[in-house]
Design a protein around this ligand. Structure first.
Ligand code: IMO
Ligand code: MG
Length: 439
């Protein structure tokens, strides 16, 4: 029977999706992305090799797997070939046989990047803190029905005329706020050869993936960004511009919801956030030292942008909300070993605002800024868990921490990650996740 398993970040991103997808990929035939673009930064460590993936699904590291860039994605052709060439230089095979780019995906073009910069500058103190990759403006064009799709770029005359039309509009804003403008002929001259090079990769991925499922092949769906960055369910407006949750999979791949056989949440044992926006459990003031410690131990710097990540305590209230929206069947808990150095560990189990308990995750960012996290404090274990592969080997306090998180978010734990390497993993026997890994 074919299986379709979806992997979703439960927090604000960087939960360790890359490692987990890489780990699972071995057991699947197809690995597909359904949203976002090269704002993602998924890192995978295999032996002494490290790979940084932004656009291309992490399945590329496994020989013989097919990678799909679905219709819900926004694809920068410059970034696509830069990444493909970089991975090829690392010895991976990045060929049209293995990589399928949806003809319905939208292109990110240089004016989207310029508009992303302009928009952030104009927002000043209220900026989103985007990755400046042009993601938001490309999705704006998509919703505004003026986007350029991969299929359009296959016809040079269509590509030229759409670029001319769209740059004319973009220049109105860029000229006013940046005093420069983009030249359509230059943009066309840069993009046209890349579009031509992309031709061999272009596929009706909707048809491809539905046929794969029909024929009994298994599909691993790799989410990028995360639940709290979802354009509908996240901490709007401090979100990305796509549907990052499991609901986005159907529209982003053209795969009916009944075909999805399971949803795995990736949950890091503490919280981080890059960019602006409310973050109730952020370590500030007196706790900033712990935040620094976690940032250094966990290498919490962006894979895409190098920005230091803001660090905070685990937020069970927010993660429970993520579990509800996505329907997590099970979760993978990542980076447990990073907490080895702590004397005690706090977990946020609820929010209070204006003296009252919040019943649900606040919809308004300003309200989220005003909430007071309610913490429970658990003892640390102060001993190394790095590289452990058995649940029973964990120190009791670490085991209790894992159980506490599971109970508070209401989802069973299927895996605990104890280091960046594939082998540094505890797979929980009899879990849904273990079942998905069976041949
Ligand atoms: P992975 O897949 C963490 C954040 C940005 C910003 C907001 C909007 O590696 O977990 P955008 O450029 O998407 O318009 O920025 O979203 N953001 C991420 N944060 N991990 C990511 O990806 C992110 N992709 C975007 O920092 O706050
Ligand atoms: Mg990342």
């Amino acid at each position: 029977m074919s299986k379709v398993i979806v992997v979703i970040g439960a927090q604000w991103g960087d939960e360790g999706k890359g490692k987990i997808v890489d780990l699972l990929a071995e057991r699947f035939d197809v690995v597909a992305r359904y949203q976002g673009g090269h704002n993602a930064g998924h890192s995978v460590k295999v032996g002494d090799k490290s790979y940084a993936l932004h656009l291309i699904p992490s399945g590329i590291i496994h020989p013989g797997k097919t990678c799909v860039l679905g219709n819900g994605m926004v694809i920068d052709p410059i970034a696509f070939f830069a990444e493909a060439d970089r991975l090829a230089a690392q010895g991976l095979s990045v060929t049209p046989e293995r990589v399928k780019v949806s003809s319905r995906a939208h292109l990110i073009l240089p004016y989207h990047r310029a508009l992303d910069h302009t928009s952030e500058e104009r927002l000043g103190n209220e900026k989103v803190g985007t990755t400046l990759r042009g993601i938001g403006p490309a999705y704006e064009d998509k919703a505004g029905r003026r986007g350029i799709r991969v299929a359009d770029a296959m016809n040079p005359e269509v590509l030229r005329s759409r670029i001319e039309r769209n740059i004319e509009d973009a220049n109105i804003i860029i000229r006013q706020y940046r005093g420069t403008e983009l030249k359509p002929a230059e943009v066309f001259a840069e993009i046209a050869p890349l579009a031509e090079r992309m031709r061999a990769f272009v596929t009706d991925t909707t048809h491809f993936i539905n046929r794969a499922v029909r024929e009994g092949r298994s599909v691993l769906v790799e989410g990028a960004q995360a639940t709290l960055l979802d354009v509908d369910h996240g901490t709007y407006p401090f979100v990305t511009s796509s549907s990052t949750t499991s609901g986005g999979v159907s529209s982003g791949l053209g795969l009916p919801p009944q075909k999805i056989s399971g949803v795995l949440g990736i949950v890091r044992t503490y919280s981080t956030r890059v960019g602006e926006g409310p973050f109730p459990t952020e370590m500030l003031g007196g706790e900033d030292e712990i935040g620094q410690l976690i940032r250094e131990r966990g290498h919490e710097y962006g894979v895409s942008t190098g920005r230091p990540r803001r660090c905070g305590w685990f937020d069970a209230f927010a993660t429970r909300y993520a579990a509800e929206i996505n329907g997590f069947d099970t979760v993978a808990l990542t980076k447990l070993d990073i907490l080895d150095a702590l004397d005690e560990i706090k977990v946020c189990v609820g929010y209070r605002r204006g003296g009252e308990d919040c019943e649900s995750f606040p919809a308004v960012s300003q309200e989220l800024r005003e909430v007071e996290p309610v913490y429970e404090t658990l003892p640390g274990w102060r001993t190394s868990t790095e590289g452990m592969t058995e649940l029973d080997d964990l120190p009791k306090a670490a085991r209790d921490y894992v159980d506490f998180i599971s109970e508070r978010i209401g989802v069973p734990v299927g895996l605990v990650s104890t280091g960046p390497e594939r082998t540094q993993t505890i797979l929980v026997r009899d879990s849904a996740l273990a079942g998905w890994l069976e041949p």
